[in-house]
Design a protein around this ligand. Structure first.
Ligand code: ATP
Length: 451
């Protein structure tokens, strides 16, 4: 009895996130700070796993992409050249009746306020620059104005020359970066879907000018497949090509990977064909030559760019929402169904891979459980140790946070050297030799398929 589309699904997920330590409202003890969130002990593991999965797919597992970690605060001219100073704005409108504030491009009906229903109550659209402004040093004047980056991409373009000169790369090649970005969003919302401080996972792929279409198609498919590989159900994902009037003036194509959230289809990631706009702009702005000389063909050109730009928080939220299930389990004692809440995370995404339980807190079981836990940590599995409460309840607590396997140490472990492995998805239990448990679980991680 999955209840995936119940209207209050998001509320139940948000409540689970708080109750179990995935995501907290920021500054909670001060009454909270709107649309800012903190990741708790499980959330930070989830997000780290998302970033690791991305980095392994984009950088570690390939020969043609290198990594970078550039500064959040950069030379103000970077934003002049990139066009963000003049053009990185959203149009906003206010409702004169209820004082609600909306993004113009998000309005379904340009005449009726979605908040109070008033007709013709909107102000004229006004441009609102999304960059956060602050000052470097003690003097608060225009000469010292700096910006918090609204995307990680520009730090990649400004390091293009440094990377080419230091890293023996040549087009087609990419530079990848994960880091915080900041946008003074007019209407943040939908939990961590749209916030003012967020993390991005971006990669700029530099290519010869005539290879744009080929790499654009390639990266759209690669990025779609990445979500599926890590357990997201393909029927909840789609690719949406932008209409011409949605494209930035320099862009000749953009396709979003979208997910069907409880609040509708929404963008997870955009894959854009950016032409040679960025390197040309920074070449002109800095006076440096950002062209590439191809030794093989003896030609010089400004590389074109295909960019997959993903949001780390949106990806983490997608894995959470997609994994969430409530299912009815018949209870023989009461004759009624119990509701089991389970997060069916891919083992590489789950915050904890294996929970280790001594059946009871005596007869040497806790000591043996600690030894087994240490052995599992040694092979790189993220463990969680718990010795309190009824075993059935301990299993259910792990289901609710998406731990794929629980290992229980009982009386037999001490006599015959076996442990119980309990599977989150099937709820089946099996006895496995304690000596083989690490290898057994590693194999289960490799073999896991969403049921
Ligand atoms: P939107 O149209 O939703 O405002 P965008 O098209 O401006 O997003 P991009 O500039 O393409 O977004 O940013 C790349 C990715 O960064 C997005 O697909 C999203 O996953 C993430 N992202 C952008 N803005 C935010 C935000 N305010 N909060 C969380 N993630 C964000």
């Amino acid at each position: 009895m999955a209840q995936k589309n119940a209207p209050d699904l998001m509320e139940r997920i948000v409540s689970l996130c708080k109750r179990r330590g995935f995501v907290f409202q920021s500054s909670d003890i001060y009454g909270g700070f709107s649309s800012c969130y903190d990741y708790g002990p499980l959330g930070v593991e989830l997000k780290r796993n998302v970033k690791d999965a991305w980095w392994r797919s984009m950088v570690v597992g390939r020969d043609d992409i290198v990594g970078l970690d550039s500064a959040i605060i950069q030379h103000p001219d970077v934003w002049k050249s990139s066009g963000h100073l003049a053009g990185f704005h959203d149009l906003m409108v206010d409702c004169k009746e209820c004082k609600g504030r909306f993004r113009h491009d998000h309005l379904e009906d340009e005449n009726v306020c979605p908040n109070c229903g008033a007709q013709g109550s909107f102000t004229e659209p006004r441009a609102f620059n999304l960059m956060f402004k602050t000052f470097a040093g003690p003097v608060e004047d225009t000469a010292h104005t700096v910006f918090l980056r609204p995307e990680t991409a520009q730090g990649i373009f400004t390091n293009f020359l440094n990377v080419v000169n230091s890293s023996r790369v040549k087009p087609p090649f990419g530079i990848a970066q994960i880091g915080k970005s900041f946008r003074n969003e007019i209407t943040p919302g939908n939990f961590v879907f749209r916030t003012r401080e967020f993390e991005q996972m971006e990669m700029e792929f530099f290519i010869p000018p005539d290879e744009g279409d080929k790499w654009y198609d390639y990266w759209i498919q690669e990025r779609f497949d990445w979500y599926v590989k890590f357990g997201v159900r393909p029927d909840k994902l789609r690719k949406r090509a932008h209409d011409d009037d949605e494209l930035a003036h320099y862009s000749t194509g953009c396709t979003d990977v979208e997910y069907e959230f409880p609040f509708g289809w929404s963008e997870l990631e955009g894959i854009a064909k950016r032409g040679c706009f960025d390197l040309t702009q920074h070449g002109e702005g800095s006076g440096k030559d950002l062209s590439f000389f191809d030794e093989a063909t003896k030609t010089r050109y400004i590389p074109h760019v295909v960019e997959p730009a993903a949001g780390c928080d949106r990806a983490a939220m997608t894995f959470l929402v997609d994994a969430y299930e409530e299912e009815a389990i018949p209870n023989e004692k009461t004759g009624k169904d119990d509701i089991r809440t389970v997060l069916r995370f891919h083992p590489s995404i789950a915050p904890v891979t294996v929970a280790v339980f001594p059946l009871v807190k005596k007869e040497g079981m806790p000591d043996r459980a600690r030894e087994i836990s240490a052995a599992l940590q040694d092979v790189g599995l993220r463990t969680f140790y718990d010795e309190k409460g009824a075993i059935g309840r301990r299993y259910r607590r792990q289901d609710e946070v998406g731990t794929p396997w629980c290992v229980t140490i009982d009386g037999d472990t001490l006599s015959d050297g076996t442990v119980t492995v309990r599977d989150r998805d099937t709820m089946q239990q099996e006895r496995v030799s304690a000596d083989e448990i690490a290898a057994n679980l590693k194999q289960r991680v490799a073999d896991w398929k969403r049921t």
